[in-house]
Ligand binder design. Structure first.
Ligand SMILES: NC(=O)c1ccc[n+]([C@@H]2O[C@H](COP(=O)([O-])OP(=O)(O)OC[C@H]3O[C@@H](n4cnc5c(N)ncnc54)[C@H](OP(=O)(O)O)[C@@H]3O)[C@@H](O)[C@H]2O)c1
Length: 230
């Protein structure tokens, strides 16, 4: 009999993170989903999957003590997938001279430094065949940049760099390390102008994670599993 797999989704209150939690529930995983504060949508999902979806509140990834406390609560759990999804966009149309510094710091802290701190604290709990994934963006590609959402893009490029540095520090890591670009999706962040519905993105993202189980190494990929240029 196949063992039930466990996924930890960081940042699952709404948008892509909520959809990730739902997709993994649908696929029969044991799902641990974190939020900063209670999310009605996630609680509804838990009611639909009782015993399958566990919710961990009070996990603001910027607050290192909250992430440490989560790790202490979950220290005995083995993870098949760690998926860090949480992220923000600020001052998307602004330039370096226009942006409020606070907005930029918050973006770097939330999108680049904090996801990597989560990975540092949890990676030892991910199985040898497992996957450590973080939600990056097509906009994090320096090669492909058109200058769109430049400040946000730079925070995702910083995330990509930090993940690359993590991989360099763990050269013999047997796990897949994935930076995943979900496409431009209609969420609060993606806005109503985005081209994709969540249902056109997240099942593919989860397929990519699954296809990378047992395949060591760092890859920056889109939702089709195509390699993106750094
Ligand atoms: N939508 C797109 O087109 C798109 C494209 C490329 C990449 N992405 C990336 O995909 C991820 C999810 O985006 P989305 O479109 O779903 O955005 P969203 O609808 O704005 O949702 C953002 C999620 O991140 C959580 N979050 C933000 N800051 C957090 C923090 N400090 N600690 C814990 N959780 C935090 C939010 O929780 P709260 O409810 O507590 O705020 C929410 O669950 C982000 O990393 C984003 O950069 C999105």
């Amino acid at each position: 009999m196949e063992m039930t797999k466990t996924v930890l989704v960081i940042g699952a209150s709404r948008g892509l993170g909520l959809a990730l939690a739902e997709e993994y529930c649908r696929r029969g995983y044991q799902v641990i989903a974190t939020v900063r504060k209670p999310s009605e949508a996630l609680i509804r999902l838990q009611q639909a999957y009782p015993g399958t979806l566990e919710i961990e509140d009070n996990v603001d990834i910027v607050q290192l003590h909250e992430v440490r406390s989560l790790q202490q609560r979950l220290h005995a759990r083995t993870l098949d997938v760690l998926f860090v999804n949480a992220g923000i966009s600020r001052a998307t149309e602004q330039t370096p001279l226009q942006v409020e510094e606070q907005d930029y710091w918050e973006m770097l802290l939330t999108n680049a430094l904090s996801p990597m701190r989560v990975i540092e604290l949890f990676h030892a709990q991910v199985t040898q065949q497992g996957v450590i994934a973080v939600m990056s963006s097509e906009l994090g590609s320096i090669t492909q940049s058109t200058g769109f959402w430049e400040l946000y893009s730079s925070s995702k490029a910083a995330l990509n760099m930090l993940m690359k540095a993590f991989a360099a520090r763990h050269p013999h890591d047997p796990r897949a390390l994935l930076l995943i670009a979900p496409g431009w999706v209609r969420t609060d962040m993606g806005t109503a102008d985005a081209v994709l519905d969540v249902s056109e993105s997240i099942p593919r993202v989860v397929d990519v994670v699954t296809q990378n189980e047992g395949k060591p190494g760092l890859r920056y990929m889109d939702r089709f599993g195509e390699i993106l240029p750094w």
